[in-house]
Design a protein around this ligand. Structure first.
Ligand SMILES: O=P(O)(O)OC[C@H]1O[C@H](OP(=O)(O)OP(=O)(O)O)[C@H](O)[C@@H]1O
Ligand code: HPA
Ligand SMILES: [Mg+2]
Length: 183
């Protein structure tokens, strides 16, 4: 192994590339069925959701438009500050649209709970959430989430869009970090 190999920083692989891709195809099929005959505005939450957005949107057969929002509640740490900041707002007017928020992870739920009400206040026809991961044991608020890929253990995870101090987003699988990385 090369001394710069990123896999040395990981403790366990939780979801392989194939497991993630199969799950995304499954979620896309469910979404296509539920939204039959309706256009969907998919809203990706930067930066974590980029991989899910790229793969999920390509797996959908529905008419889709894409927009992005950047919010941040984590900064460079591993626990949510609870303070959600809008770093970039949508370019799209949501009036009458069917909005599907796409996320990589729901951890405490603070980001999504805030974002869902924020988008609901803009007059859309509907707002639903699709997340690849959810940590049921970490929930601090209850949110109604229509599409969940995997319920994952209450550990800090990285890969497939998820970062630790901006690293590991480019991995095509999801895993937990080895303690030496954050200690
Ligand atoms: O349920 P919560 O506890 O609120 O955590 C989930 C949010 O935290 C992460 O984003 P982060 O703020 O780290 O920004 P990033 O996507 O740019 O990494 C993740 O992408 C979610 O948006
Ligand atoms: O477990 C996590 N990993 C990376 N980013 C996150 N943002 C919320 N939870 C996590
Ligand atoms: Mg992050």
């Amino acid at each position: 192994m090369d001394s710069n190999d990123v896999s040395a920083d990981l403790a366990h692989v939780l979801y392989t590339k194939d497991q993630i891709q199969d799950k995304i195809a499954e979620m896309a099929a469910a979404i296509d069925k539920d939204y039959e005959g309706r256009d969907i505005l998919v809203v990706g939450v930067l930066k974590g959701a980029v991989m899910v957005m790229a793969d999920l949107s390509r797996a959908l057969h529905s008419h889709v438009t894409m927009d992005w929002m950047a919010v941040s509640s984590y900064g460079s740490g591993t626990t949510s500050s609870g303070v959600v900041r809008i770093l970039k707002d949508l370019d799209t007017d949501l009036m009458g649209k069917h909005v599907l928020i796409v996320e990589d992870i729901i951890d405490s739920g603070l980001t999504l709970s805030w974002l869902k009400s924020n988008l609901e206040s803009r007059g859309p026809a509907s707002v639903e959430i699709c997340t690849l991961l959810r940590k049921p044991e970490a929930a601090k608020v209850e949110i109604d989430v229509k599409y969940v890929g995997f319920d994952c253990p209450n550990e800090f995870v990285v890969g497939y869009g998820l970062d630790f101090a901006e690293k590991y987003r480019n991995l095509d699988f999801i895993g937990t970090l080895a303690p030496h990385v954050y200690n």
